[in-house]
Each structure stands twice: as structure tokens, then as C-alpha cells.
Write a protein that binds this ligand. Sequence first.
Ligand SMILES: [Zn+2]
Length: 236
Amino acid sequence: MSEHGAWREVADGVLVRRYAELEQALGLVIGTRRCLVIDTGRDEVHGAEFASAVREVTTVPWSVVLTHAHFDHAFGTAAFTPCPVWAHARCGTALTGTAEAQRAEWTRHYRHEAKHAFAEALQRARLELPTDTFTRGATLDLGDRQVRLLHPGRGHTDHDVVIHVPDSGVVFAGDLVEQSAPPSVGEDSHPADWPAAVDAVLALRPRIVVPGHGDPVGPGFVAAQRAMLAGESRDT
Ligand SMILES: [Zn+2]
């Protein structure tokens, strides 16, 4: 089983690569001197497909940013290294602390679904840790444009990162926002804090928000999802 993604350009030099598996959305922001790869996929096979697709659209050197430590966002990093790998300061600890449990859980899942190639690739995936970390935010210079990395507070995890591309009004929200399904609330999520993190995304006044799973959405969709999250956190 192999899988190819499909590009969608949401703004000038701002692209999303969509995959059928998990309805995933990986990102790319292209500048004149560097590009920024947003999340790296489930494993090195998936990461390598994404990396070669990036190379088809730009030849400038890449940096990586991980929105959080879940396997589908972070286990493809070895296909991109050596390069700067940006993340929140808690992401590395989350990766080293949970990688083997995530690997075991999702390998079982893919075997159960008879997606054996995905299971094997996940088993083999080499863990790469962040090289450049921050707690509140960081600004990356891509040449003709700057991109801002921000931690909007706890939500889907305690180390979520959103990526703001101010010149195009695009925000990559990681799994703080999902379009293809309701947001995924896990044991490592912080439901009571999550609405405030989404407020921080909306405060950037984005025109387009790219979720971790599903298609790009507008601020109205994000506001509705925030209300749903706020309701849920009152009930639990
Ligand atoms: Zn996640």
C-alpha cells in the first residue's frame, strides 16, 4: 500500500498537501531563501513522499516545524533531517515519553485494518527530536516573508504550535482545529483550556485556517468549533 497526496495552494506560496489516510493536511510555506515544512507525516515512507513533493515545487532549503508530538504529525521527520526542526519546548519530552506507546497502538490499529505497509513503516520509523524550541513564540525569516510560530496555550496537547503566515492571512492550526471530524480529545488534551487556545488562533484574524485533518476552513467554522469545544468542556 502506498499513498500519494495532492497539493492545494491556499495562498501565494502557501500550500497544503492532503492525504486520504486520516484525512491529513501537511503544510508548506515557500520563501525566496527557505521554505517551512509543517508536520512530517506518519512515518519515513510517508515523510519521503511529502519531501519529494516539496522538492517538486521548490528547491530552497527547508526547515521543519512540528505542531505537536502525535505520530501522524511527527514520525516522518527523519525523511527531512538534517535540518532545523522547530517545536514547542515540551514537544521533545512528549515525543520521547510517548513514541513507543503511540507506535504500538497505531501499529495494532493498522494491522487490524489490514494496512500492513502502514504498520511496517510505522514500526521502522526513526524518531527525530526537535532541534530548535521555544515556549511562547518564534519568528522565522524565509527571505521575502516572515512566518510566526506561536504556542496559543494548552488545548489538543500541552505543546500545540500554530503557524501564522501574516502576509497571506493563513494560519496552520495543527489539531486544535479539525475539519474532517470533531476535534480529537485524548488523554493528553486539555479540554478546559482548549477554547482559549482557539481564541488565540482567531485573534490572528486569519482569512484561512488549515486544520491538522480535513480541508482549509474560514474563521466562521473555527468559531463554531470553538463554541462546541466550550460546551463540551462545561459538561465534563
Ligand atoms: Zn493530534
